[in-house]
Design a protein around this ligand. Structure first.
Ligand code: ZN
Length: 77
């Protein structure tokens, strides 16, 4: 665990607030992946800089995405 991130006064802006084209979609795991660790844990917003509102949407989307896409029932590949 070497996720030491220094914030040197640089204002962190929520990625979703900054980019209106970026939509939180549970059907888009590619995008959601950048907000979870390799282990699949959701990265806290103080690290990603995501605002509370979008972080909550993100959390919901990731959970939903897990339910529909990461069901270890059938082996597709
Ligand atoms: Zn936001």
């Amino acid at each position: 665990m070497s996720e030491k991130k220094r914030r040197f006064g640089r204002r962190k802006v929520c990625r979703f607030c900054a980019d209106p084209t970026l939509v939180i979609d549970y059907k888009n795991p590619q995008m959601l992946k950048s907000f979870v660790t390799i282990r699949g844990k959701i990265i806290p917003r103080r690290i990603t800089g995501t605002c509370a509102r979008h972080q909550r949407e993100l959390t919901t989307a990731i959970k939903r995405s897990r339910m529909v896409a990461l069901m270890p029932f059938t082996s597709v590949d």
